[in-house]
Design a protein around this ligand. Structure first.
Ligand code: ATP
Length: 499
């Protein structure tokens, strides 16, 4: 992971935010390559989920919404993480992570380096997979006390006494406070006053924008059930322990669809979206063993999904997920009519839909595929990272050509004999259609190495033969093989490879 983070910084994929001031924990900037890569993933999602579908429309809603939205959605009361403080070191931890850390220690009782055990468990994202066996005993104990519902460890506040026995990772002694709730929404004040009446929140998810605009879309959009409303945008969560590079950050981007349908069709639509979303990530190149679709266990389900179709996560085996471990990329949830009911109740505005074909008025049920764009970008970078000792760069980024931030390098072999002119002409011809890099400096080997690190799938080199027979060398990133093609076939070659 360290090598990957170093490459991301060195090549301008991702920088720490405000780095000249020492960075700002949980915030990141996307450099020239990262911004292109993010845009390509975003466009791919928008094209596949919105433009190519007749039953989904896209919207963009404001980041700061009426504070009542977050009361209705349950975020003001319930969007919190359980938190414990170490009374001695003043360090703060998420209670659920400490719980898993304790499980780790129980599973490895001979691990003399108890604190190291804690730290490694704290650093791994989703430790359930590998710890599940040892977790059973502890879970049972807590369940017997009525203290724990798996997955919703928000109930941790009720398991307070447990934490009197768990040693603090900082001191090794039981110096932790009982857990308390910490609301993760960022607060701000709107207008000149800074009192309770002006409090508003930066949205922690984009979904509520779709629910709140449901009526507007129905009234103006010529849409008919079943249909979806989609949005891509920034979300903000004051995560207690942002970590694992951009995986868990405080400002991130989400790509969400709220798909509305008749209650009798909801289970079928849930199955449809569950499959469609899994296949979409496969299409981006996250195929094979590193990707999986995991259905939630019944006691892991959110309350609104308990009696309905359920909830599934698309998960990826990030390098920090531990051996055999996976972490969430996207959640697909059957939310019943929970959100529309809440907004109808809180706003007093009727949100029922009149179904002409059925001659029936009802609150639609909702399937929600909620994906992380920035987390997706991290998965794409992890998947692409391919060490190769035989290359000067020692590593190349094997992006799917349609996601690669730079599609092609265009190089005159040397800066004379008419080569730069031909290369510049080719560059000018293709520049409007593709992101390209024109590079006339350094040896050709060094230029290929730079492109390998950027994940550029093709490089076209104009050399002495080009002036004679109007052909160029194409170098393929994945095989490092070279072939010659006609200069006037370069555009068609790229169009064929990059769709
Ligand atoms: P987690 O369990 O990882 O906190 P979550 O279940 O709270 O995630 P959702 O609220 O379902 O996540 O959000 C949907 C998606 O948004 C997640 O699958 C993830 O890709 C992304 N996401 C959520 N929180 C963050 C974050 N702090 N940083 C980056 N991406 C995030």
């Amino acid at each position: 992971m360290d090598n990957l983070v170093a490459l991301a910084k060195r090549r301008g994929f991702v920088f720490p935010s405000s780095e000249i001031y020492g960075g700002f924990n949980g915030f990141f900037d996307y450099g020239p390559l990262g911004a292109e890569l993010k845009k390509n993933i975003r466009d791919c999602w928008w094209n596949d989920m919105v433009r190519r579908r007749e039953d989904v429309v896209g919207i963009e809603t404001s980041i700061i919404m009426h504070p009542k939205v977050w009361e209705a959605s349950g975020h003001v009361a319930g969007f919190s993480d359980p938190l414990v403080d170490c009374k001695v070191s003043k360090q703060r931890y998420r209670a659920d992570q400490l719980f898993w850390a304790e499980v780790y220690v129980q599973k490895n009782p001979t691990d003399e380096r108890r604190l190291i055990g804690y730290v490694s468990a704290l650093e791994s994202e989703r430790t359930e997979e590998e710890l599940v066996e040892a977790a059973d005993t502890l879970k049972r104990k807590l369940r017997e006390q009525g203290a724990l519902t798996m997955g919703l460890i928000k109930d941790f506040t009720a398991a307070g006494s447990l934490f009197e026995k768990i040693p603090s990772p900082a001191t090794g002694e039981p110096t932790l406070t009982p857990p308390r709730s910490f609301n993760m929404m960022f607060q701000t004040n709107v207008g000149a006053m800074t009192d309770a009446s002006s409090v508003a929140y930066l949205r922690p998810e984009t979904a509520q924008g779709m629910f709140v605009d449901f009526k507007n879309v129905v009234d103006t959009g010529r849409v008919k059930l079943p249909f979806g409303i989609a949005q891509i945008g920034k979300s903000f969560r004051n995560e207690i322990t942002p970590r694992n590079f951009i995986f868990r950050s405080r400002e991130f981007e989400m790509m969400e669809v709220e798909f509305f349908c008749h209650p009798s069709e909801a289970n079928d639509w849930y199955q449809f979206w569950r499959k469609t979303r899994y296949e979409w990530w496969q299409k981006l190149g996250l195929a094979g063993q590193n990707l999986r679709l995991r259905d939630h266990e019944h006691d892991e389900l959110a309350h609104y999904a308990k009696d309905s179709g359920g909830c599934a996560d698309v998960e990826y085996a990030f390098p920090f997920s531990g051996e055999k471990g996976f972490s969430e990329l996207e959640g697909i949830a059957y939310r019943s009519n929970f959100d529309l009911t809440q907004h109808q109740k809180t706003s007093g505005v009727g949100l029922e839909y009149f179904d002409q074909e059925r001659n029936e008025k009802y609150l639609p049920h909702v399937i929600e595929p909620a994906a992380g764009l920035t987390r997706g970008l991290l998965a794409v970078i992890c998947e692409a990272y391919t060490p190769d000792e035989s290359r000067p760069s020692k590593v190349f980024m094997k992006f799917h050509p349609s996601l690669a931030p730079v599609k092609a390098g265009i190089f005159p072999l040397v800066n004379k004999d008419g080569m730069p002119e031909i290369a510049e002409k080719l560059y000018a011809e293709l520049r409007g259609r593709y992101v390209l890099e024109f590079d006339a400096k350094q040896s050709i080997g060094k230029r290929y190495a730079r492109m390998d690190e950027a994940g550029t799938p093709f490089c076209f080199t104009i050399d002495g033969d080009t002036t004679k027979d109007q052909t160029v060398t194409v170098r393929h990133r994945d095989t490092a093989q070279q072939e010659r093609i006609a200069l006037d076939k370069v555009a068609a070659f790229l169009a064929d490879k990059i769709r």
